[in-house]
Design a protein around this ligand. Structure first.
Ligand code: PLP
Length: 385
């Protein structure tokens, strides 16, 4: 089946008991057993497994071309589960600009358990390779990155890890946070990633009404460890969250077409505006990552970042003047959002570090929704005046 068909059908067979075409929301926390140890359908307790969640996990795995999928209560719960594969003394290599919450999780939570995080000098496979050390056990990347929309060659990054062995004689695991592209546009497992991480809160859910996350992998050994952690630590999504995410996924391919069209239209508008200093959009032919993006993606998500001409005062005024585009954190929903990374999504990164990687006070990140692009451009026009 092709992607649009998978989004509607994979893991979503009609309910065998009622014929319902939507996956029933199984609110039960526990499941009756036939005597001791006699599980009827393989379910015993909903933290361990729930039919609504299992259906969602099958859908997510199909969309990423994965053998195994696991759903979590948030993107961060999924990331925490992936990081649980590390041990004290291990080093994690990441990129200079990543989601601020990931930065916080690496540095403020996992560092105190003896896991050291080092950022490569640039978002490039070469820079990642240069940062490897005998302690490197995991490489964590985003492409497109948050918020500067840098593109990393995922296949080349995976290739550069092939011949490398750390002090345990193991090849570091490559984790790709695929939240920005979504499986509609990019499948990192096919490019050599070991684990794909998602915030389902964004494009997968698509309606800004659910917080959820996921991990996908081809490797049974990795899946078993992650599944053990999922049950042991318990960061699982509720059955209702599973339903909402599953419902959102059904229209992901359709929504993504409109997000993409709006991103192109708004990026062009911004580039022509004298009130804008720079536009970051990998769909532009002169974006440094454009050629790589064409190789590893099937299009571009509705994300466009730009530097406004001016400083913090002008940027504040712009946010106050917006009428249609909502100033808000998050992305990937049907409604357009404007985010100020320096004070919102990336506030957890120390100011000097933010400045160094280019998250300046005049940087604005737009998540273009599925509205008519003329209305979005008109709103930006009046807010930039
Ligand atoms: C939002 C986000 C996360 C975290 O996901 P939550 O669902 O908010 O926990 C991780 N990575 C990226 C790229 C994100 O945008």
């Amino acid at each position: 089946m092709r992607f649009g068909t998978l989004a509607v059908h994979a893991g979503q067979d009609p309910d065998p008991h009622s014929g319902a075409v939507n996956i029933p929301v199984h609110f039960s926390s526990t499941f009756a057993q036939d005597g001791l140890g006699g599980l009827r359908q393989g379910y015993e307790y909903s933290r361990t497994g729930n039919p609504s969640r299992r259906a969602l996990e099958a859908t997510l795995a199909a969309l990423e071309g994965a053998a195994h999928g696991l759903a979590f209560s948030s993107g961060q719960a999924a990331s925490t589960a992936a990081l649980s594969l590390l041990a004290p003394g291990d080093q994690l290599i990441t990129l200079p600009d990543i989601y601020g919450g990931s930065y916080r999780l690496f540095h403020r939570v996992f560092e105190k358990y003896g896991i050291q995080t080092t950022a490569a000098q640039h978002s490039s496979a070469e820079a990642v390779a240069q940062a490897l050390s005998p302690d490197t056990a995991m490489v964590w990347v985003e492409s497109p990155s948050n918020p500067l929309l840098n593109i990393l060659d995922i296949a080349e990054t995976a290739e550069r890890l092939v011949g490398f062995r750390n002090r345990r004689g193991e090849r570091p695991l490559l984790v790709v946070d695929n939240t920005f592209a979504s499986p509609a546009l990019q499948n990192p497992l096919a490019l050599g990633a070991d684990i794909v991480a998602h915030s389902g809160t964004k494009y997968l859910g698509g309606h800004s009404d659910v917080v959820a996350g996921a991990l996908l992998t081809q490797r049974k050994d990795i899946w078993e460890k992650l599944k053990f952690y999922q049950n042991a630590a318990g960061g699982v999504p509720s059955p209702m969250d599973c339903y909402l995410l599953q419902r959102g996924i059904r229209t992901l391919p359709l929504r993504m077409k409109q997000h993409q069209a709006n991103a192109f239209a708004v990026a062009e508008f911004l580039r022509a505006s004298p009130k804008v200093e720079a536009v970051f959009f990998p769909g532009f032919a002169d974006h440094p990552g454009h050629a790589i993006a064409l190789r590893q993606m099937r299009g571009f998500p509705g994300m466009v970042s730009f530097r406004l001409a001016g400083g913090l005062a002008e940027t504040k005024r712009f946010f106050e003047r917006l009428r249609l585009i909502l100033p808000a954190e998050s992305l990937g929903g049907v409604e357009s959002l404007a985010c100020h990374p320096a004070t919102m999504t990336h506030a957890a990164i120390p100011p000097s570090e933010r400045q160094r990687v280019g998250i300046t006070e005049n940087l604005v990140r737009l998540s273009l929704g599925i509205e008519d692009h003329e209305d979005l451009a008109e709103d930006l026009q009046q807010a930039l005046l």
